[in-house]
Structures are given as C-alpha cells and as structure tokens.
Design a protein around this ligand. Structure first.
Ligand SMILES: *[C@@H]1O[C@H](CO)[C@@H](O)[C@H](O)[C@H]1NC(C)=O
Ligand SMILES: *[C@@H]1O[C@H](CO)[C@@H](O)[C@H](O)[C@H]1NC(C)=O
Ligand SMILES: *[C@@H]1O[C@H](CO)[C@@H](O)[C@H](O)[C@H]1NC(C)=O
Length: 421
C-alpha cells in the first residue's frame, strides 16, 4: 500500500499573522481551544492528521471557505506561511512565536472589555476558527470527485483523486455518501480509462467501498459495473485482473442478487479462463478458487442443494484440476472448494462426469503429502491438508455410492482400491 500514498503531500498552510490570534485564543478562551480539537478530530483519519491533495490548491480551498463565511482576514499572507501537520502543532508554534509583551498587552486589553464586547470578540474568534478548520471528509470527497469528473484533469490529478478516495471510503459512512456526492458514476467510468493504473485503482476503490456494505453493493450493481469488471478479469495484467477479482468478490459477497448477476454476466467463464491460462499466476488462481469456495458455501448456507454455476462443467473441471497444482496452498483451497461443490452436486451421471479426474488427483495428492510428512518443517501442514483430503475423498465416495449405477460401481471399485490396497 506504500505506493498508494498521494505523491504530493500538501499541508495546511496558515498565514503567520494569524498565529498570534490563536495564541490569544489559547490564552483566554479555553472553550474555543476545545473547538479546535473537535475540528482536528473530525477531519482526522485513524488518528492521523489529515493531509489532503487536490487539483485545486490550498489557496482556492481557503478562498472557498472564506466565501462561505463572511471572510475578512487576508489569506494572501501565505508568503510567510508555515506548514503544520495539525492544528495542535500550529498552536504550539503560535505560542512559541508570540511576543510575550504583546500577549500581555492583549490580555490586559481583553480584561478591560465589557461583557458585551467580550462576547462579540468571542464570536469573531469562533468564526475565524470555523473558517480555518480542516475540511470534513465529505468536503475532501467532493474535491476528489470533482477532479475525477473533470474531463480536462490531468492523469496525475486523476490518480491522486483515486488514491484519496481509496482512503476516504474506508469508513462506512463515507462509503455511503459516495452516491449522494455523485462519486459512483465517475468511479465506474474510470474502469474504462485507457490507463491501466487508473482502471485498476478504480476497481480497487469500488471494491473497498462495497466491502461488507449492502447499500453500496446494490448501488454499484445497479449501474452495471459488474459487466465491466468481468471483462477486466480477462486482462493480461495480473494487477488489473487481481483488482477486478477483488471488486467482484466485494460486490457479490453476502449478496445473492450480485451472485445471480455475476452468473448472467458469464463471470464463471472468466474465472475458468484465469484457471486454465497456464501462464496465469498462482496468486490469481488462489483468488479464483477461494471465490468459488465462498460462493458455493453461500449457496449451501442458504439451504440450496444445487447451484446454477455448476452447469459450467469446464469450470468445475478446472477447479478439480487445481488439486494437482504445483502449489500446496492452492491445492488446499481447491480441496475446500471441491468439498462444497460435491455437496451441491446431484449424484447423477452429469455430476459424476464433472468430477471424473478427482479420484486420480486425490491419489496423487495423497502421495505428495506422504512425502512431505518426512520434511520436519512442512509435516504439520501436510498432515492438516491430508485430513481435508481424506474428508473430500470419503465425501466423493459416499456421494456416488448412494445411488449405485454402472458408472458408480466402477468408480466405487476404484476408490475402494485406493483406500484399502
Ligand atoms: C477524538 O475523538 C475520540 C472519540 O471520538 C476521543 O476519544 C478523543 O479524545 C478525541 N481526540 C481529540 C484530539 O479530540
Ligand atoms: C478542470 O481541470 C482543469 C485542469 O486542471 C482546471 O483548469 C479546471 O478549472 C477544472 N474544472 C473544474 C470545473 O474544476
Ligand atoms: C460530472 O460532470 C457531468 C458533466 O460533465 C455533470 O453532469 C455531473 O453533474 C458532474 N458530477 C459531479 C459530481 O460533479
């Protein structure tokens, strides 16, 4: 994630001349100082001081803030500005840089004010505080969305806007605001950007925003983003395909409608493509097999005894094939997927046919695991996988013995032999 940091970190820049005002505030109005903390908290993310970057610069943002308020102070004084990571830091600096004599003078001056004047002064300072407070998450999101939606924004600005949104959509309230702020359509449009990095990051942001969030899942599904994401899954770039898979997983997790849409977009053909493209990375294949195991478990827990994607026999066979993959982690994931698939499969000839290579794969795996147990470092893991392997084998055996047929008998004999011979 290190690479996902905004490249140009900008910091709040406050005119030095305001520093003494803050020092005065700190000295005399502790409730107002509390307001600063509140402001700092509101705009901070995971306890970090928020830093933002945008196509607009701070001058514009301050100018906008000023236009909202009444605005009197001159923010042009930025020449003497200093960079602060937080309001706290700025206050510390203000105290350190204030002339003690002047502060004393101010204190005396304020002491001599009437109650009315004091109240007026307090309101003025409050207003100033409001104006200078750091922007809220919603404001930051609006800025990033505007950059994304601006057809003349540079690639750089676009990338930065996406990276900012990636961080901003993490809290569920912010993710829920995306649609209201008009952010979903520009994000989904970026899935078609000519730049691979932009497409990839957009998929990542969409996946993050919809993770465990049924509201956002359904909003994104309604815009038809799944079709585009399935296409991205065919990308020859591992990064792009991986992020497309991530977004798809987020969108269809715990979402039956999403799973039906994925099926109708022919998503399983894409998954099969990834499994059967030999040059494809093990990492992608693991993701695919995990996704399938998840979907199968979801169907099982919903009380289904069949799953529509099982009609894609090529795909199921590719998954069975992964039990012989040259990667134990992938093999284990494939076993988990097959265990769930077996429970969803009717014990007829078609079902049997789909799993036709399973007995051989399981036997090859048994021998592989047996060898691994002599390796001290891998022994424990190998034994663990062997327990799972055996479970799948027994399940397979039972499945096709319940209603013996010619084919089942043959299969049974074969199984019988490799269990006991
Ligand atoms: C920020 O808010 C949390 C709880 O919302 C609070 O515990 C913490 O003290 C606040 N921090 C500041 C600097 O106000
Ligand atoms: C769009 O981006 C261009 C180039 O950065 C900028 O000049 C223009 O002001 C932006 N438009 C809006 C509406 O923000
Ligand atoms: C994005 O731009 C389009 C036109 O280019 C405009 O209709 C739409 O309101 C804009 N959305 C946001 C959130 O600014």
């Amino acid at each position: 994630m290190a690479g996902a940091q905004p490249q140009q970190r900008r910091r709040c820049r406050f005119p030095a001349l305001l520093a003494s005002v803050f020092a005065t505030v700190l000295l005399l109005f502790s409730p107002a100082a509390g307001a600063v903390e509140k402001g700092a908290n509101r705009s901070s993310l995971l306890g970090q001081p928020r830093q933002w970057a945008t196509g607009k610069d701070e001058g514009e943002i301050l100018a906008e803030a000023e236009a909202r308020g009444r605005g009197g102070e001159d923010s042009e004084a930025g020449e003497q500005g200093r960079e602060f990571e937080s309001l706290d830091g700025m206050l510390q600096w203000a105290i350190g840089n204030s002339d003690p004599d002047k502060l004393r003078e101010k204190a005396e001056e304020i002491e001599s004010l009437s109650a009315d004047e004091l109240l007026k002064r307090q309101l003025e300072i409050k207003e100033l505080m409001e104006k200078l407070r750091m922007p809220s998450d919603a404001e930051l999101m609006k800025i990033a969305i505007a950059d994304l939606n601006n057809s003349s924004a540079s690639l750089e600005d676009r990338k930065r806007a996406l990276q900012e949104l990636f961080v901003l959509v993490e809290p569920i309230d912010n993710a829920n605001d995306l649609e209201k702020l008009g952010g979903l359509i520009p994000l989904i449009q970026e899935l078609n950007n000519a730049d691979e990095g932009i497409r990839t990051t957009s998929a990542w942001v969409l996946g993050k925003a919809s993770q465990n969030n049924a509201l956002v899942q359904n909003q994104i599904l309604r815009y038809g983003a799944l079709e585009r994401l399935v296409k991205m899954g065919y990308s020859s770039s591992e990064a792009e395909a991986a992020k497309a898979l991530y977004a798809i997983s987020s969108l269809i997790r715990d979402n039956e409608h999403g799973q039906v849409l994925f099926l109708s977009e022919n998503g399983y053909a894409m998954l099969q493509h990834i499994l059967s493209t030999a040059s494809n990375s093990v990492r992608l294949q693991r993701k695919v097999v995990s996704l399938l195991a998840y979907v199968a478990d979801f169907q099982l827990s919903a009380g289904k005894s069949h799953a529509p994607f099982l009609s894609n026999h090529h795909f199921i066979r590719s998954v069975v094939h992964m039990i012989s993959a040259p990667d134990l982690d992938l093999q284990e994931k494939a076993l988990l997927a097959v265990r769930s698939l077996l429970q969803l499969t009717s014990d007829d000839a078609a079902g049997l046919h789909m799993f036709s290579g399973l007995d051989d794969s399981l036997e090859a795996l048994r021998m592989q695991l047996n060898e691994l147990t002599s390796n001290v470092d891998r022994r424990e893991y190998a034994l663990e996988v062997e327990v799972l392997r055996k479970e799948v084998q027994i399940m397979f055996q039972q499945k096709f013995n319940e209603r013996p047929s010619q084919a089942n008998l043959l299969c049974f004999q074969k199984l019988w032999c490799f269990v006991w011979c």
